[in-house]
Design a protein around this ligand. Sequence first.
Ligand SMILES: O=C(O)CCC(=O)C(=O)O
Length: 369
Amino acid sequence: MATPHWLLALAISWVLANVHAVQEEKLIGWKGETYNVEAMWDPLKQKPMDDIPLPASKSWIEHVAWQPRVFIYHNFITDMEAEHLIELAAPQMKRSTVVGAGGKSVEDNYRTSYGTFLKRYQDAVLERIENRVAAWTQIPVEHQEDMQILRYGLGQQYKVHSDTLRDEQAGLRVATVLIYLNEPEAGGETAFPTSRWVHPSLTQRLGANFSDCARGHVAFAPKRGDALLFWSINPDGSSEDTHAAHTGCPVLAGVKWTATKWIHARPFRPEEMQLPSGTPREPYVRDPGVCYDERRECAQWAARGDCEKNYDFMVVSSVAPGACRKSCGACRVCEGDPRVDDECYQENRRRVGFLQYNASELAPFRDMV
Ligand SMILES: O=C(O)CCC(=O)C(=O)O
């Protein structure tokens, strides 16, 4: 007896549906034979490349301590991203400060590096790195402070301290991510003097070449592109983990560049983040080597004593040169192009506490990719 047509059609459609299902199952996560994430990974390209994670083959996370909770993210940023951060920050490097009496920023031998801040979402590269920090820590980007770039020269250091500064609005700094932008030739480790490795074998594997400052402690020797995450609070979410006290060991040879992200319990100055997507933030751009008044009223303000009374705005704050340095007599107008009259340019930078800008120091970073 011949099979009825309707039964044949039913059987064929059942077979086709199942073949399709098997194929779909095979396709889940399969990106095709030509898919090569490393070839596609270009950190300076705009979307849609931005959403591609770092190549899994190059990046991995390593847990190194429980108290405090410390993790290393190997190859967290690319060489090009590291170079970009250094290039943005280099002209703006100013002597680092600590929080002194009455919450004022003061210079102290406790912390001898130079530093500056890059604004959150200042450009596409920052945005991408900041989003990566948020994904890793599982805390939204609004909880991050601006990115602090630090440069430690020979012998410079940050002695043992804790990061748990409390902001009235944003609450405690709960976690810190340190990103290493280059490698000094010796020293410069980040060390936790009262912590313990998760496994004793790490002493040898990570610490074989530590300087005296880091030897015997949980520590990390800067490696370009790697990042260190540690939590300053306990898993209860509020009490301070005292083992999170850490030090930036003295640099014994070469220089060390890092990027720090401090992360708060609540959003940090969220109004500064409210930008339409794709609008870059205005960076800190005043050049401390160039002598000028930014406002027409500067001479008048200086005459009524504002250079002393309103020093941070007029002359220099802990992060940026002031708007009226010329009228305040805090700089000298260089003849011709100030960048050509290097002595005058550098003297102006020195007078308001900025690092001598040495373009040749940056050359190795420019060559590194
Ligand atoms: O430079 C380092 O290794 C540590 C930096 C640091 O302690 C900080 O920025 O809070």
